[in-house]
Design a protein. Structure first.
Length: 242
């Protein structure tokens, strides 16, 4: 477990590391960059760099955490990657179910495979399920998420790459929005964010604006810290009602 700098969670747990790019949002993957950095720092867990690797030895880590945490599962990978056997995913969800004092957040770009997995399995009450929706093309992932009977269903519109247009947020409890960071970051426009905010409010989903990233609301490129997280002068970081 490691403390996370991601504002919508507290800790990260990575029983899998490494991944493969599947969509436009993957282009400047932070996890890939971080994996290379961690290998350079001598961390054995990342000796394979960003090649998909299962870490059976960390499956039982959450049992050791006595204090309740909100935990992002596989922040350095995708739990529903096509090369991860369902039997291994079973082990991950067994740990989740056996540690009900923690709240787990599972986010995937492989929504169809997640939907298939849960066709024959129940979802633990302490597991939130989400999909990444970075552009119009990826909106189809919502349709695979929507029917799942999780306590919280959420969207991560990060990095937001274009105006998403009309969104059907039926059964969606939480929407996270954020701009891309890094030297090769693509800009995000304020009007795109405001459209999602307004639709979230209208349809009853909690809205969480994480950050502007490398490009500010004024279209100027600077550090993400300088650009901050204000939207029209306010912080909007709602959490879903559990």
């Amino acid at each position: 477990m490691s403390k996370s700098s991601i504002e919508w969670t507290e800790m990260s747990w990575n029983p899998i590391t490494g991944c493969d790019k599947v969509s436009d949002g993957c282009k400047n993957c932070y996890a890939e960059i971080m994996s290379l950095r961690l290998k350079g720092m001598g961390q054995q867990k990342y000796k394979n760099e960003f090649k998909l690797t299962l870490h059976e030895n960390v499956l039982t880590e959450p049992y050791k955490w006595k204090k309740p945490h909100t935990v992002f599962v596989c922040s350095m990978s995708d739990l529903f990657h096509e090369k991860v056997p369902f039997e291994y995913i079973d082990k991950v969800f067994h740990t989740i179910e056996q540690t009900p004092h923690h709240q787990y957040q599972v986010l995937t770009k492989r929504a169809e495979r997640m939907n298939l997995y849960f066709q024959s399995r129940h979802i633990p009450k302490n597991a939130w399920l989400g999909v990444t929706v970075e552009n119009k093309k990826s909106k189809e992932r919502i349709e695979f998420l929507r029917p799942l009977q999780a306590s919280v269903l959420f969207l991560s519109c990060e990095p937001l790459l274009e105006d998403l247009g009309d969104l059907d947020l039926t059964n969606i409890d939480w929407v996270i929005v954020g701009g891309e960071s890094g030297s090769r970051a693509r800009p995000m426009k304020e009007i795109w964010v405001l459209s999602i905010k307004e639709q979230s409010e209208t349809q009853g989903a909690a809205f969480f604006f994480k950050q502007w990233g490398t490009w500010g609301s004024d279209g100027v490129k600077r550090s993400k810290h300088s650009n901050g997280k204000l939207l029209k002068g306010k912080v909007y970081q709602e959490l879903p009602i559990k």
